[in-house]
Design a protein around this ligand. Structure first.
Ligand SMILES: Cc1cc2nc3c(=O)[nH]c(=O)nc-3n(C[C@H](O)[C@H](O)[C@H](O)COP(=O)(O)OP(=O)(O)OC[C@H]3O[C@@H](n4cnc5c(N)ncnc54)[C@H](O)[C@@H]3O)c2cc1C
Ligand code: FES
Length: 280
């Protein structure tokens, strides 16, 4: 069992937890993820390592409450325990040869992008971050990004905070304004990553995306997380989650990501009914 040593609400739908998991904390690197089960009957879900403290033995996770398992996880209180916490899984983000990087995060993808930005900063790179949200009340991790970025641009869809518009607008402006990025790293909704790739492709700037398909075992055995990259089948859990954005078949990934939508909606409604009955 793994103790929740700290819990903090980042906004109305995103929660941060520090989990005591010393063996995971000892080996974790930016870009890797864990798979957890909230209780012994729980579904396995992957969440990115959003930070770690090797001395304290804790691993930080930041999750959006989107369905059954994340609702159950969010119902846990500080001091309580979760059943399983396996990791670190997947490959760490590669940093070799990068001196100037632009990190583009969207929504809860910013939680995944933050440790990557922090790692590049710690290695002495020039870090520009562009983070986008639907509106002001959904903005997360602004202070943390400001601390590890030489330049930070915040975008909101409705203009309620930062600049109005999508993340690709300041990205294109920066590239055309002469910022010579060695790499752009995009982490967020599939559609956002697809458009970041469309923005950088004409300039030939290396672009890495972090893919988040359905995962089950997280060890390359089940095939649930398969993607087509450069015309070949890859497993996001062992070959990724980072991939060359120019090579990813985003249309296939988007079609596969909605394959279980009906079932997931059923699970959500069932749990909401249960929680409502419990309150009455
Ligand atoms: C490598 C990786 C890292 C991730 N990191 C984060 C993170 O740091 N923070 C965060 O909020 N979310 C992250 N996700 C997404 C997270 O796993 C899903 O939000 C979570 O599984 C939802 O489960 P649910 O039961 O609450 O919702 P459901 O209603 O079951 O699903 C809601 C949506 O979540 C996705 N999802 C559901 N089950 C899985 C699964 N087993 N594997 C992958 N995706 C699934 C689907 O796109 C689905 O539409 C990550 C996914 C991957 C693959
Ligand atoms: S999650 Fe099963 S192969 Fe990747």
């Amino acid at each position: 069992m793994y103790k929740i040593v700290k819990k903090r609400e980042l906004n109305s739908t995103v929660t941060m937890m520090d989990i005591y998991a010393p063996l995971v904390a000892k080996k974790a690197e930016a870009g890797q993820f864990i798979i957890l089960r909230v209780d012994e009957n729980g579904e396995r879900i992957p969440l990115t390592v959003a930070g770690f403290d090797r001395e304290a033995g804790t691993v930080k996770i930041i999750f959006q409450i989107v369905g059954g398992t994340t609702m159950r996880l969010n119902a846990k209180k500080e001091g309580e325990y979760i059943q399983d916490f396996v990791g670190p899984l997947g490959c760490a983000t590669k940093t070799d040869g990068v001196k100037k990087v632009c990190i583009v995060g969207g929504g809860v993808g910013c939680a995944i992008a933050l440790p990557v930005a922090q790692k590049f900063k710690a290695l002495g790179c020039e870090v520009h971050s562009i983070i986008g949200f639907r509106s002001k009340d959904l903005v997360i991790l602004e202070k943390e990004f400001a601390e590890c970025s030489d330049k930070l641009t915040i975008m909101t869809d409705d203009g309620s905070y930062g600049r109005q518009g999508v993340v690709t607008v300041p990205l294109k402006e920066a590239i055309e304004g002469g910022e010579n990025y060695d790499e752009v790293i995009a982490i967020g909704p599939l559609v956002m990553m697809k458009f970041v790739v469309a923005t950088t492709r004409p300039y030939g700037i290396k672009t890495t995306v972090s893919m988040n398909p359905i995962m089950i075992d997280g060890t390359g055995m089940c095939g649930g997380c398969r993607l087509t990259v450069g015309g070949k089948t890859k497993f996001a859990c062992v070959d990724g989650p980072d991939f060359d954005g120019f090579e990813v078949d985003f249309d296939e990934a988007m079609a596969r990501s909605s394959a279980y939508a009906e079932f997931e909606q059923g699970q959500r409604s069932e749990l909401c009914n249960l929680l409502n009955k419990a309150v009455k």
